[in-house]
Design a protein. Structure first.
Length: 167
């Protein structure tokens, strides 16, 4: 029996958020660190009952001065040979693992990143009160983020998301 690989949906619901910053002053370093650009997740380390490391299927995060946009696929999806004739189950298998979100972000406190979605595949993420706060560290072109809390309180079993700047 094959073990199902942990999904990144628990971090996707408020996360993957992925990451986003533009130009921020990092304490202890001279000058500003720019995170504006294009990022890819290289791995997600899950904690709790679904502990393990997940390699993303496909993803892309684009960061500007104040906004972010991210899309990713959580697991392999089947191709639809005839989308117009697809069943509800076939459509769910294709659409379900796809995550898309865009919004604003800000840096607050000591290495905290707060993301506020404006548009998202999941309508709940677009609620005016929706947010996710991450802790973050940056080393060279590698950004590591971990969700700390969202509008519902502390994140249980938070994943650690490792992103690499590609442009």
């Amino acid at each position: 029996m094959s073990r199902k690989q942990p999904s990144i949906s628990s971090f996707a619901a408020g996360v993957f958020g992925s990451v986003l910053l533009a130009t921020v002053n990092v304490t202890g370093q001279s000058g500003a660190v720019s995170l504006a650009g294009v990022w890819k997740v290289s791995e997600v380390t899950m904690t709790g009952p679904a502990a393990g490391t997940v390699k993303p299927q496909a993803d892309l995060t684009i960061i500007s001065a104040h906004y972010y946009s991210r899309i990713y696929v959580e697991q392999p999806r089947p191709e639809l040979s005839n989308p117009a004739a697809a069943t509800a189950d076939e459509l769910r298998a294709v659409w379900g693992p796809f995550v898309g979100e865009a919004g604003t972000y800000e840096i607050t406190g000591d290495h905290e990143l707060t993301m506020r979605p404006i548009v998202a595949k999941n309508p709940a993420a677009m609620a005016p009160s929706a947010f996710v706060v991450y802790s973050w560290t940056l080393t060279g072109d590698t950004l590591i983020v971990t969700p700390k809390r969202n509008q519902n309180g502390p994140v249980a079993n938070p994943p650690t998301i490792k992103l690499v700047k590609i442009e």
